[in-house]
Design a protein around this ligand. Structure first.
Ligand SMILES: Cc1cc2nc3c(=O)[nH]c(=O)nc-3n(C[C@H](O)[C@H](O)[C@H](O)COP(=O)(O)OP(=O)(O)OC[C@H]3O[C@@H](n4cnc5c(N)ncnc54)[C@H](O)[C@@H]3O)c2cc1C
Length: 188
């Protein structure tokens, strides 16, 4: 997997290349539709990104299939359940604002809802941890969006140091959670 963060190229967004196999992958460009981003010409930007990905990955990337999504709203539901209606997956707010992933959380909400229906636990209580994750993720997103390219370069440099990598990936400490709690302790 390769990700690009460049606030001059993709303001407050990112690009990632996710390989599926030795010959296929997914090149994704994501950016928020803030007022200052409305002037972006998506097709022009895509061409630049495609070229940049080919340059960085040192290979020709031919596009077999292409699609785009507009106005993809993300957020969280105020209530996890109203009467007999359980809000699960994206309907609860499964998408994490930091990186846009939501499959794992969606599966968890399905499991939690099933547990409640079987009388094993309480859905509204179980999802509190997901609300907390959403809050932490949004905090990180806002911090990330505020970084300049120089600051992004500095962070990337530190991520290459073995002790930092170990702390992030190989320990039981959730460094991103710690960072987000320190920078935004109160609940939204
Ligand atoms: C472009 C993009 C890239 C993403 N990349 C990632 C990623 O890399 N990793 C990750 O973890 N998450 C990713 N996500 C987020 C993730 O896909 C979602 O959070 C997750 O799929 C939500 O699961 P869900 O079951 O709530 O909804 P969905 O996966 O959207 O499933 C809802 C289903 O219900 C069907 N449906 C809707 N209305 C009706 C109806 N009236 N009757 C019958 N069926 C209906 C829909 O067709 C759909 O199949 C991405 C999202 C997008 C848009």
């Amino acid at each position: 997997m390769h990700t690009w963060y460049d606030n001059e190229l993709v303001p407050k967004g990112m690009v990632y290349f996710l390989p599926f196999s030795n010959t296929e992958g997914h090149l994704v460009l994501v950016y928020p539709k803030y007022k200052e981003n409305l002037a972006i010409d998506k097709n022009k930007l895509w061409k630049v990104i495609h070229g940049k990905a080919e340059q960085t990955l040192k290979q020709k990337l031919s596009v077999n299939q292409q699609f785009d999504l507009d106005n993809y709203v993300i957020g969280k539901s105020k209530y996890p359940r109203i009467g007999n209606t359980f809000f699960v997956g994206n309907c609860l707010g499964a998408i994490n604002p930091f990186l846009g992933f939501g499959q794992f959380t969606s599966i968890l909400t399905g499991i939690y809802a099933a547990h409640d229906l079987c009388g094993l636990s309480n859905y509204e209580e179980d999802v509190q941890v997901l609300y907390q994750n959403y809050h932490d993720s949004l905090t990180l997103r806002r911090k990330l969006e505020a970084l300049s390219n120089d600051q992004l370069d500095l962070i990337t440099k530190y991520l290459h140091y073995k002790p930092v990598r170990k702390l992030l990936a190989g320990s039981n400490i959730n460094l991103l959670k710690v960072l987000s709690t320190l920078t935004h302790p109160s609940h939204r």
